[in-house]
Design a protein around this ligand. Structure first.
Ligand SMILES: Nc1ncnc2c1ncn2[C@@H]1O[C@H](COP(=O)(O)OP(=O)(O)OP(=O)(O)O)[C@@H](O)[C@H]1O
Ligand SMILES: [Mg+2]
Length: 312
């Protein structure tokens, strides 16, 4: 007992030292928090407190991530999953954004409720199916108008349960829409799941790139490395509908390529800012009104992801 207390005090003293050093150096609370959290995860890992969640029917788990919020992760995750399904691959989509789920709305299934069944004495959830996708989100369980007020471990547990207690069946791809940043949820996902590859989403401007670099470091950690498959640059340019060949680089130029070079991975897609992309999300991505230009961009991206993902 005394040993536990003195170890805990030792940890707190160390953490205060780490936070104040990082804070003094670059005034970044986010970095300091990340370093401390990572330390705890590593300590937990050493103690063997975490084991992997096995999803035997799922061939490829793919994370769609970025550091910054609002750059289009969910848009890319939904369109990528739809494009993989169009290729005839069995595909699922998990909304890992516990505090801000947007997938149910983007696929027009926000009013659906999850059915549970008992299987070998365990409660198992049946994912919602739409457009050939198997979909799971915390949004099916909570009133989306009310924010969730949960501490990190609760959110991480909820994430684990969404993977572990869902009847996924056989899937070629299970795409995970990551929340923004590098907090408990992302660390849990990287540590507990066997993610086969990550797609980094960024917008072209430097501020988004900085956050994307931080998010990439989550996957490049020595303890639980995940191969980064490539970069998708979103909102690369805007072309007015009457002048489709003109490109206006309203968020700057070349950011996606810079990030890809830094990470030594390919730039897999440049996705223009198009009213149709936002409208499709609002309208629940009905395939009947899919814009062919948008569909082509994501079909190309899906083909590249399919060929890049490690096969064994
Ligand atoms: N290429 C695009 N063209 C037009 N609108 C877009 C495009 N990409 C994303 N959007 C719109 O921008 C908004 C933010 O996109 P999205 O929700 O996908 O971002 P996110 O990174 O998942 O955000 P969060 O960090 O909050 O989860 C949405 O309204 C979406 O419809
Ligand atoms: Mg999102």
């Amino acid at each position: 007992m005394e040993k536990c207390i003195s170890t805990a005090i030792g940890f707190v003293v160390q953490d205060v030292a780490v936070i104040s050093t990082i804070w003094k150096k670059n005034n970044q609370w986010g970095n300091a928090r990340f370093v401390v959290m990572k330390k705890y995860w590593l300590a937990n890992r050493k103690m063997g407190l975490f084991s992997k969640i096995e999803l035997p029917g799922v061939k490829h788990l793919i994370a769609v991530a970025s550091g910054k919020g609002g750059v289009g992760k969910s848009t890319v995750a939904v369109n990528l999953a739809l494009a993989l399904a169009r290729m005839g691959l069995k595909t699922g989509l998990v909304d890992a954004d516990i505090f801000g789920p947007s997938i149910p709305r983007m696929l027009g299934v926000e009013k659906e409720t999850i059915e549970g069944i008992s299987e070998n004495g365990r409660q198992i959830m049946i994912p919602i199916e739409k457009y050939g996708l198997r979909i799971m989100s915390i949004g099916f369980f909570v009133d989306q108008k009310q924010g969730l007020i949960w501490r990190g471990p609760m959110a991480s547990n909820a994430l684990g349960m969404m993977f572990e207690n869902t009847r996924w069946g056989e899937l070629d791809f299970l795409v995970i829409d990551f929340p923004p940043g590098t907090s408990d949820i992302q660390l849990t996902a990287v540590q507990k799941l066997r993610i086969r590859g990550a797609l980094m989403v960024t917008t072209p401007q430097e501020i988004a790139l900085n956050d994307a670099r931080k998010a990439a470091s989550l996957f490049k950690g020595k303890s639980f490395p995940v191969p980064i498959l490539g970069v998708a640059e979103n909102m690369s340019w805007f072309s007015p509908a009457p002048h489709p060949l003109e490109k206006y680089f309203i968020f700057g130029k070349g950011g996606g390529e810079r990030l890809a070079n830094e990470l030594n991975v390919p730039l897999l897609a440049q996705i223009p800012l198009m009213a149709e992309t936002g409208e499709a999300a609002e309208a629940g991505h009905d395939p009947k009104s899919t814009n062919p230009v948008v569909a082509k961009i994501f079909d190309d991206l899906a083909g590249k992801i399919h060929s890049l993902v490690p096969k064994n």
